[in-house]
Design a protein around this ligand. Structure first.
Ligand SMILES: NC(=O)c1ccc[n+]([C@@H]2O[C@H](COP(=O)([O-])OP(=O)(O)OC[C@H]3O[C@@H](n4cnc5c(N)ncnc54)[C@H](OP(=O)(O)O)[C@@H]3O)[C@@H](O)[C@H]2O)c1
Length: 136
């Protein structure tokens, strides 16, 4: 239980705290965007359909990333027309946190994210998967 609450604190409340602190600066910026780094594993639709049933992922991670996705939606609705809000799944990155099959270089994800932001897409909220088709 402690792990679930800690993950929600870090992955959902953490980004909200950051937005609260930065909001005045975001609203004063020329083309502000909030990007929450989410995970395909936080997608309710994908999880409900069993897409990742073969992956061993903690309740804490799945619950906290789903909560973060709802935060992105809530922020997008509140800040509609003023700040774009996206949830971005970076791909299966070869980092300490990655799954066993993760092999993508984080530098590639960073370049893809930059390209996506610079594309000027005004959709908000948006759930993006870098280098793959977007998830629902
Ligand atoms: N790797 C993937 O395949 C993948 C896929 C989808 C989404 N993501 C997301 O991408 C983001 C970055 O992950 P990464 O793959 O780059 O992993 P990473 O290299 O292992 O980095 C994870 C970071 O999170 C910090 N962290 C971990 N637990 C924390 C806690 N309880 N409180 C505060 N900070 C904590 C770590 O801090 P320390 O360095 O101090 O430990 C580290 O800086 C995460 O939001 C992850 O969910 C990753």
């Amino acid at each position: 239980m402690e792990g679930v609450l800690n993950a929600v604190d870090v992955n959902a409340a953490g980004p909200l705290r950051l937005v609260q602190i930065l909001l005045a600066h975001l609203l004063a910026a020329p083309d502000p965007i909030i990007i929450n780094v989410t995970s395909r594993l936080g997608s309710l639709a994908a999880q409900a359909s069993g897409t990742f049933a073969d992956l061993n992922t903690s309740y804490a991670y799945k619950i906290s990333k789903a909560a973060q996705n709802m935060l992105t939606i809530a922020l997008a609705q509140d800040l509609q027309g003023r700040v774009r809000c996206w949830a971005v799944h970076p791909g299966k990155l070869a980092t300490d946190m990655g799954q066993a099959d993760a092999s993508k270089d984080p530098r590639i994800a960073a370049a893809e994210l930059r390209e996506l932001v610079e594309s000027g897409d005004r959709t908000s909220p948006r759930f993006c998967s870098l280098g793959e088709a977007d998830l629902a």
